[in-house]
Design a protein around this ligand. Structure first.
Ligand code: GH3
Ligand code: MG
Ligand code: MG
Ligand code: MG
Ligand code: MG
Length: 315
């Protein structure tokens, strides 16, 4: 396992431990009709810390990947009776995208068309047998590193840094999908704005303001059911899309949220900090049938909630 130039250093050992720990969270699958070949590859992966399973044919592989969302690496032999590796790769891609699961083809054949065919059918990489342990380790690590990097970037692009909630773009994307599906009609969109937040910043300081925003986000997250979406829209504004509750039930849900924020008390260096929120809601209807219209109507009701004295739900 000599991937770094100074294998004796403490840095290297620390890196190695970290790498093994990371790999322990990754499920890998080896698909090869030859028991000795797949056992060998599985043992190499196990040595790197991966949780490895191995199967002898494509059908079993598809069943396993379908059943286990934790599988992020599949090593696929080309020559197998029944379904070959390229066909298996093609079908695996219908189950999980290239940026969620790495597929690496392997073959001992010298057929020059194999590599492009594997890649065109969705493989992330290819290894020609026989390969050295070093090459195997490097290829696998590089492919997993790439998946992790993409995951990190996706997280940065969709999550609000301060609160950890979905950001505005992510909320809009998710909600747009729900509205487009037009599923059942029972949809409520709500805009939530912290009352006199500028005053909180002014009298407690910006850091306390940030803490208040995180606390608000935690409450909102806790009140967001699995079928709903929430997000930080910007500044001290949040939003939620409630799916599958009728008008009265979604109204009651938002009222509970308002009360939960009102009941919260933060301790800022011994000084209690409390806040309230105003909520404007809108319901999906023939008149408000796009996310844009729903948000506009929710915003109009938010304005009424502010004008009506704040700390209330309107719409
Ligand atoms: P209203 O009740 O009318 O909503 O009054 P308000 O003071 O809450 O509204 P206003 O829009 O005037 O002020 C919002 C403040 O939120 C201003 C801005 O400095 C603060 N803010 C926006 N983003 C952040 C942030 O990330 N952290 C902190 N601490 N403050 C923020
Ligand atoms: Mg074979
Ligand atoms: Mg505001
Ligand atoms: Mg405000
Ligand atoms: Mg304002």
């Amino acid at each position: 396992y000599v991937l770094k130039s100074t294998p004796d250093s403490i840095d290297y050992l620390a890196w190695l431990v970290q790498r093994l720990e990371r790999n322990r969270r990754i499920n890998a699958l080896v698909v090869d009709d030859s028991l000795s070949a797949r056992s060998y590859i599985a043992s190499l992966l196990a040595l790197q810390g991966y949780q490895v399973s191995h199967v002898a044919d494509g059908q079993s592989a598809l069943r396993m990947v379908e059943a286990d969302p934790g599988i992020r690496l599949v090593i696929v032999d080309q020559e197998m009776p029944g379904m070959d590796g390229i066909e298996l790769t093609r079908r695996l891609r219908h189950l999980r995208a290239r940026d969620r699961m790495a597929v690496i083809g392997v073959s001992g054949s010298s057929d020059a068309s194999l590599i492009p065919r594997f890649l065109k059918n969705g493989a992330n990489d290819f290894l020609r047998k026989p390969f050295s342990r070093e090459e195997f380790f490097c290829r696998v690590s590089q492919n997993i590193d790439q998946l992790e990097l993409i995951g990190t970037l996706q997280d940065l692009a969709t999550r609000d840094f301060l609160t950890g909630l979905p950001n505005r773009r992510s909320f809009l994307e998710q909600s747009e999908k729900v509205v487009a599906q037009g599923s059942g009609g029972d949809l409520t969109v709500a805009m939530i704005d912290i009352d006199h937040f500028k005053h909180i910043n002014d009298s407690y300081g910006h850091e306390a303001g940030d803490r208040a925003l995180r606390a608000m986000a935690d409450i909102l997250h806790a009140h967001t059911r699995r079928e709903d979406h929430c997000g930080r829209f910007g500044g001290e504004e949040f939003c939620v899309l409630i799916h599958g509750l009728d008008a009265a039930a979604s109204r009651a849900h938002l009222e509970t949220l308002r009360q939960a924020v009102e009941a919260l008390e933060l301790d800022i260096d011994g000084r209690p900090l409390r806040m309230t929120i105003s909520i404007g809601a809108s319901r999906h209807s023939p008149q408000f049938d796009t996310l844009h219209k729903l948000l506009g109507e929710a915003d109009r009701h938010l304005y009424l909630a502010k004008a009506g004295g704040r700390n209330q739900v309107r719409g």
